[in-house]
Write a protein that binds this ligand. Structure first.
Ligand SMILES: NC(=O)C1=CN([C@@H]2O[C@H](COP(=O)(O)OP(=O)(O)OC[C@H]3O[C@@H](n4cnc5c(N)ncnc54)[C@H](OP(=O)(O)O)[C@@H]3O)[C@@H](O)[C@H]2O)C=CC1
Ligand SMILES: O=C(O)[C@@H]1CCC=N1
Length: 265
Protein backbone atom coordinates (compact mmCIF):
# COMPACT_ATOMS: atom_id res chain seq x y z
CA UNK A 1 0.00 0.00 0.00
CA UNK A 2 3.07 2.26 0.10
CA UNK A 3 2.24 3.69 -3.33
CA UNK A 4 -1.45 4.29 -2.73
CA UNK A 5 -2.37 7.95 -2.44
CA UNK A 6 -5.24 8.44 -0.06
CA UNK A 7 -7.25 11.56 0.65
CA UNK A 8 -9.66 11.92 3.53
CA UNK A 9 -12.27 14.55 2.70
CA UNK A 10 -13.86 16.01 5.83
CA UNK A 11 -11.47 15.36 8.69
CA UNK A 12 -13.83 15.82 11.62
CA UNK A 13 -14.24 13.31 14.44
CA UNK A 14 -14.10 10.19 12.31
CA UNK A 15 -12.05 11.35 9.31
CA UNK A 16 -9.29 12.68 11.51
CA UNK A 17 -9.19 9.44 13.52
CA UNK A 18 -8.75 7.51 10.29
CA UNK A 19 -6.08 9.86 8.95
CA UNK A 20 -4.22 9.57 12.26
CA UNK A 21 -4.48 5.78 12.22
CA UNK A 22 -3.08 5.61 8.66
CA UNK A 23 -0.27 8.04 9.44
CA UNK A 24 0.87 5.85 12.32
CA UNK A 25 0.89 2.66 10.23
CA UNK A 26 4.09 1.44 8.61
CA UNK A 27 2.33 0.01 5.52
CA UNK A 28 1.37 3.52 4.41
CA UNK A 29 3.58 6.30 3.26
CA UNK A 30 2.52 9.27 5.38
CA UNK A 31 3.46 11.63 2.55
CA UNK A 32 0.72 9.98 0.50
CA UNK A 33 -2.04 11.00 2.89
CA UNK A 34 -3.97 14.22 2.22
CA UNK A 35 -6.46 15.44 4.81
CA UNK A 36 -9.09 18.09 4.10
CA UNK A 37 -11.55 20.25 5.99
CA UNK A 38 -12.48 23.94 5.84
CA UNK A 39 -11.29 24.84 9.34
CA UNK A 40 -7.71 23.84 8.63
CA UNK A 41 -6.44 24.90 12.05
CA UNK A 42 -8.21 21.92 13.58
CA UNK A 43 -6.12 19.41 11.62
CA UNK A 44 -2.77 21.16 11.77
CA UNK A 45 -1.61 18.54 14.26
CA UNK A 46 -1.65 15.97 11.42
CA UNK A 47 1.14 17.83 9.64
CA UNK A 48 4.01 16.76 11.94
CA UNK A 49 2.94 13.15 11.26
CA UNK A 50 3.61 13.66 7.56
CA UNK A 51 0.14 14.38 6.15
CA UNK A 52 -0.58 17.14 3.72
CA UNK A 53 -3.52 19.26 4.85
CA UNK A 54 -5.67 21.44 2.63
CA UNK A 55 -9.14 22.92 2.23
CA UNK A 56 -8.99 22.30 -1.50
CA UNK A 57 -10.93 19.09 -2.13
CA UNK A 58 -10.24 19.20 -5.87
CA UNK A 59 -6.49 19.31 -5.24
CA UNK A 60 -6.83 16.39 -2.83
CA UNK A 61 -8.71 14.27 -5.35
CA UNK A 62 -6.34 15.18 -8.19
CA UNK A 63 -3.41 13.99 -6.10
CA UNK A 64 -4.82 10.73 -4.81
CA UNK A 65 -6.36 7.54 -6.10
CA UNK A 66 -8.37 6.44 -3.06
CA UNK A 67 -10.91 8.97 -1.82
CA UNK A 68 -12.42 8.57 1.64
CA UNK A 69 -15.49 10.78 2.08
CA UNK A 70 -15.97 11.48 5.78
CA UNK A 71 -18.39 14.41 5.74
CA UNK A 72 -21.88 14.32 7.29
CA UNK A 73 -24.41 12.38 5.17
CA UNK A 74 -26.25 15.60 4.18
CA UNK A 75 -22.99 17.02 2.73
CA UNK A 76 -22.04 13.99 0.61
CA UNK A 77 -24.09 15.10 -2.39
CA UNK A 78 -22.44 18.52 -2.39
CA UNK A 79 -18.92 17.09 -2.01
CA UNK A 80 -19.41 14.56 -4.79
CA UNK A 81 -20.71 17.23 -7.16
CA UNK A 82 -17.70 19.36 -6.26
CA UNK A 83 -15.07 16.67 -6.86
CA UNK A 84 -16.77 15.00 -9.83
CA UNK A 85 -14.81 16.93 -12.50
CA UNK A 86 -11.56 15.50 -11.10
CA UNK A 87 -12.75 11.89 -10.91
CA UNK A 88 -11.01 9.66 -13.43
CA UNK A 89 -12.16 6.19 -14.43
CA UNK A 90 -9.52 3.50 -13.82
CA UNK A 91 -7.72 5.81 -11.40
CA UNK A 92 -10.04 6.50 -8.50
CA UNK A 93 -11.88 4.44 -5.91
CA UNK A 94 -14.33 6.23 -3.63
CA UNK A 95 -15.15 5.06 -0.13
CA UNK A 96 -18.05 6.72 1.69
CA UNK A 97 -18.20 6.60 5.45
CA UNK A 98 -21.56 8.33 5.58
CA UNK A 99 -24.32 6.72 7.57
CA UNK A 100 -27.39 5.61 5.67
CA UNK A 101 -26.29 6.39 2.09
CA UNK A 102 -26.26 3.34 -0.17
CA UNK A 103 -23.58 2.51 -2.74
CA UNK A 104 -26.26 2.70 -5.47
CA UNK A 105 -27.07 6.31 -4.62
CA UNK A 106 -23.40 7.33 -4.43
CA UNK A 107 -22.43 5.43 -7.56
CA UNK A 108 -25.28 7.11 -9.44
CA UNK A 109 -23.99 10.53 -8.38
CA UNK A 110 -20.72 9.52 -10.06
CA UNK A 111 -22.45 8.15 -13.19
CA UNK A 112 -21.30 4.63 -12.19
CA UNK A 113 -17.83 5.60 -13.43
CA UNK A 114 -15.66 4.23 -10.61
CA UNK A 115 -15.83 1.57 -7.90
CA UNK A 116 -17.73 2.80 -4.87
CA UNK A 117 -17.51 1.36 -1.37
CA UNK A 118 -19.22 2.04 1.93
CA UNK A 119 -17.20 1.55 5.07
CA UNK A 120 -18.36 1.82 8.65
CA UNK A 121 -15.47 2.19 11.10
CA UNK A 122 -15.53 3.60 14.62
CA UNK A 123 -13.47 6.28 16.34
CA UNK A 124 -11.00 3.73 17.77
CA UNK A 125 -9.38 4.13 14.31
CA UNK A 126 -7.47 6.83 16.15
CA UNK A 127 -5.39 4.19 17.95
CA UNK A 128 -5.57 1.48 15.26
CA UNK A 129 -8.36 -0.47 17.02
CA UNK A 130 -11.45 0.18 14.91
CA UNK A 131 -13.70 -2.50 13.54
CA UNK A 132 -14.84 -1.63 10.03
CA UNK A 133 -17.59 -3.27 8.01
CA UNK A 134 -17.21 -2.77 4.25
CA UNK A 135 -19.36 -3.36 1.18
CA UNK A 136 -18.78 -2.39 -2.43
CA UNK A 137 -20.35 -1.75 -5.85
CA UNK A 138 -18.66 -2.23 -9.24
CA UNK A 139 -15.76 -3.60 -7.25
CA UNK A 140 -13.24 -6.21 -8.27
CA UNK A 141 -11.46 -8.49 -5.82
CA UNK A 142 -8.38 -6.30 -6.26
CA UNK A 143 -10.26 -3.09 -5.38
CA UNK A 144 -11.94 -4.75 -2.43
CA UNK A 145 -8.58 -5.96 -1.14
CA UNK A 146 -7.14 -2.46 -1.48
CA UNK A 147 -9.97 -0.90 0.52
CA UNK A 148 -9.83 -3.68 3.10
CA UNK A 149 -6.09 -3.03 3.55
CA UNK A 150 -6.82 0.57 4.51
CA UNK A 151 -9.21 -0.45 7.25
CA UNK A 152 -7.08 -3.40 8.37
CA UNK A 153 -4.38 -0.82 9.06
CA UNK A 154 -6.65 0.95 11.55
CA UNK A 155 -7.98 -2.17 13.24
CA UNK A 156 -9.95 -5.14 11.91
CA UNK A 157 -12.25 -5.19 8.91
CA UNK A 158 -14.96 -7.43 7.50
CA UNK A 159 -16.60 -7.52 4.08
CA UNK A 160 -20.38 -7.75 4.56
CA UNK A 161 -23.57 -7.63 2.48
CA UNK A 162 -24.83 -4.10 2.04
CA UNK A 163 -28.18 -5.03 3.58
CA UNK A 164 -26.36 -5.42 6.91
CA UNK A 165 -24.63 -2.03 6.72
CA UNK A 166 -27.17 -0.26 8.96
CA UNK A 167 -26.90 -3.02 11.57
CA UNK A 168 -23.09 -2.69 11.34
CA UNK A 169 -23.40 1.04 11.96
CA UNK A 170 -25.30 0.45 15.18
CA UNK A 171 -23.19 -2.41 16.54
CA UNK A 172 -19.72 -1.12 15.63
CA UNK A 173 -19.84 2.64 15.05
CA UNK A 174 -22.48 3.61 17.63
CA UNK A 175 -21.42 0.58 19.67
CA UNK A 176 -18.27 2.23 20.91
CA UNK A 177 -20.42 4.94 22.53
CA UNK A 178 -22.51 2.25 24.22
CA UNK A 179 -19.33 0.66 25.57
CA UNK A 180 -18.04 4.02 26.84
CA UNK A 181 -21.33 4.57 28.66
CA UNK A 182 -21.00 1.12 30.28
CA UNK A 183 -17.44 1.99 31.31
CA UNK A 184 -18.59 5.31 32.76
CA UNK A 185 -21.22 3.55 34.87
CA UNK A 186 -18.61 1.06 36.13
CA UNK A 187 -16.35 3.96 37.09
CA UNK A 188 -19.18 5.71 38.93
CA UNK A 189 -19.85 2.50 40.84
CA UNK A 190 -16.13 2.18 41.58
CA UNK A 191 -16.03 5.70 43.01
CA UNK A 192 -19.04 4.98 45.23
CA UNK A 193 -17.27 1.97 46.73
CA UNK A 194 -14.06 3.83 47.45
CA UNK A 195 -11.77 4.52 44.48
CA UNK A 196 -10.78 7.90 43.13
CA UNK A 197 -11.89 8.49 39.53
CA UNK A 198 -8.48 7.90 37.92
CA UNK A 199 -7.85 4.64 39.71
CA UNK A 200 -11.38 3.44 38.96
CA UNK A 201 -10.85 4.35 35.28
CA UNK A 202 -7.58 2.39 35.17
CA UNK A 203 -9.12 -0.70 36.78
CA UNK A 204 -12.27 -0.63 34.64
CA UNK A 205 -10.51 0.09 31.32
CA UNK A 206 -8.05 -2.77 31.80
CA UNK A 207 -10.88 -5.07 32.91
CA UNK A 208 -12.86 -4.27 29.74
CA UNK A 209 -9.74 -4.71 27.58
CA UNK A 210 -8.99 -8.07 29.24
CA UNK A 211 -12.57 -9.29 28.74
CA UNK A 212 -12.56 -8.29 25.07
CA UNK A 213 -9.17 -9.91 24.47
CA UNK A 214 -10.30 -13.16 26.13
CA UNK A 215 -13.29 -13.37 23.80
CA UNK A 216 -11.12 -12.59 20.77
CA UNK A 217 -8.43 -15.09 21.68
CA UNK A 218 -10.54 -17.96 23.10
CA UNK A 219 -13.68 -17.55 20.97
CA UNK A 220 -15.76 -18.61 23.99
CA UNK A 221 -19.28 -17.42 24.72
CA UNK A 222 -19.23 -14.61 27.33
CA UNK A 223 -21.53 -16.60 29.61
CA UNK A 224 -19.03 -19.48 29.86
CA UNK A 225 -16.40 -16.95 31.01
CA UNK A 226 -18.90 -15.51 33.51
CA UNK A 227 -19.37 -19.05 34.93
CA UNK A 228 -15.64 -19.03 35.81
CA UNK A 229 -16.10 -15.90 37.96
CA UNK A 230 -19.35 -16.62 39.77
CA UNK A 231 -18.70 -18.47 43.04
CA UNK A 232 -21.91 -20.13 44.31
CA UNK A 233 -23.54 -17.80 46.85
CA UNK A 234 -20.71 -15.36 46.09
CA UNK A 235 -20.59 -11.62 45.50
CA UNK A 236 -20.43 -11.72 41.65
CA UNK A 237 -23.69 -13.56 41.11
CA UNK A 238 -25.67 -11.31 43.46
CA UNK A 239 -24.38 -8.26 41.59
CA UNK A 240 -25.14 -9.78 38.18
CA UNK A 241 -28.63 -10.85 39.22
CA UNK A 242 -29.42 -7.43 40.66
CA UNK A 243 -28.27 -5.84 37.37
CA UNK A 244 -30.60 -8.16 35.45
CA UNK A 245 -33.51 -7.41 37.85
CA UNK A 246 -32.89 -3.74 37.02
CA UNK A 247 -33.01 -4.49 33.28
CA UNK A 248 -29.31 -4.40 32.34
CA UNK A 249 -29.32 -6.74 29.29
CA UNK A 250 -32.79 -5.66 28.34
CA UNK A 251 -31.87 -1.98 28.33
CA UNK A 252 -28.81 -2.61 26.15
CA UNK A 253 -30.80 -4.66 23.66
CA UNK A 254 -33.58 -2.09 23.59
CA UNK A 255 -31.04 0.70 23.08
CA UNK A 256 -29.51 -1.14 20.12
CA UNK A 257 -32.91 -1.81 18.57
CA UNK A 258 -34.00 1.82 19.09
CA UNK A 259 -30.84 3.07 17.37
CA UNK A 260 -31.47 0.61 14.55
CA UNK A 261 -35.06 1.75 14.13
CA UNK A 262 -33.86 5.37 13.92
CA UNK A 263 -31.31 4.59 11.19
CA UNK A 264 -33.83 2.51 9.21
CA UNK A 265 -36.33 5.43 9.01
N1 LIG B 1 -18.44 9.96 14.38
C1 LIG B 1 -18.47 8.65 14.28
O1 LIG B 1 -18.14 7.92 15.22
C2 LIG B 1 -18.91 8.01 13.01
C3 LIG B 1 -19.35 8.75 11.92
N2 LIG B 1 -19.70 8.14 10.75
C4 LIG B 1 -20.06 8.94 9.59
O2 LIG B 1 -18.90 9.67 9.23
C5 LIG B 1 -19.24 10.93 8.73
C6 LIG B 1 -18.53 12.01 9.54
O3 LIG B 1 -19.00 12.00 10.87
P1 LIG B 1 -18.26 12.85 12.00
O4 LIG B 1 -16.79 12.69 11.84
O5 LIG B 1 -18.91 12.50 13.26
O6 LIG B 1 -18.71 14.32 11.57
P2 LIG B 1 -17.89 15.68 11.77
O7 LIG B 1 -18.89 16.78 11.58
O8 LIG B 1 -17.09 15.63 13.01
O9 LIG B 1 -16.87 15.67 10.53
C7 LIG B 1 -17.21 16.06 9.24
C8 LIG B 1 -16.23 17.11 8.81
O10 LIG B 1 -16.46 17.45 7.47
C9 LIG B 1 -15.91 18.72 7.27
N3 LIG B 1 -16.50 19.33 6.09
C10 LIG B 1 -17.76 19.78 5.92
N4 LIG B 1 -17.90 20.31 4.70
C11 LIG B 1 -16.69 20.19 4.08
C12 LIG B 1 -16.19 20.56 2.82
N5 LIG B 1 -16.94 21.19 1.91
N6 LIG B 1 -14.89 20.27 2.53
C13 LIG B 1 -14.11 19.65 3.42
N7 LIG B 1 -14.52 19.27 4.65
C14 LIG B 1 -15.80 19.55 4.96
C15 LIG B 1 -16.23 19.50 8.55
O11 LIG B 1 -15.15 20.36 8.91
P3 LIG B 1 -15.12 21.89 8.43
O12 LIG B 1 -16.40 22.52 8.89
O13 LIG B 1 -13.89 22.44 9.05
O14 LIG B 1 -15.02 21.83 6.94
C16 LIG B 1 -16.33 18.41 9.60
O15 LIG B 1 -15.31 18.45 10.56
C17 LIG B 1 -20.75 11.05 8.79
O16 LIG B 1 -21.27 10.81 7.52
C18 LIG B 1 -21.15 9.97 9.79
O17 LIG B 1 -22.42 9.43 9.47
C19 LIG B 1 -19.59 6.80 10.60
C20 LIG B 1 -19.16 6.01 11.62
C21 LIG B 1 -18.82 6.53 12.92
O1 LIG C 1 -24.76 8.95 15.59
C1 LIG C 1 -24.66 8.93 14.36
O2 LIG C 1 -25.61 9.26 13.65
C2 LIG C 1 -23.37 8.51 13.71
C3 LIG C 1 -23.52 7.19 12.99
C4 LIG C 1 -22.51 6.27 13.56
C5 LIG C 1 -21.90 7.02 14.61
N1 LIG C 1 -22.33 8.25 14.66
Amino acid sequence: MKNEKICVIGCGNLGKSIAKGLLEHEDFNSENVIATRRKLKLIEDLKPHGAEITSDNLYAVRNSNIILVAVKPYNVDKIINEIKPEIIEDKHILVSLATGLGTNEISEMLDDKIPVFRAMPNIAADIGESVTCICGKNSSVEHTQKVKSIFDAIGESLIINEELMEAATILGACGIAFVFRFIRAMIQGGIQIGFDANTANQIVSQTVKGAAKMLQENSNHPESEIDKVTTPKGCTIVGLNEMEHQGFSSSLIRGIVTSFEKIEK
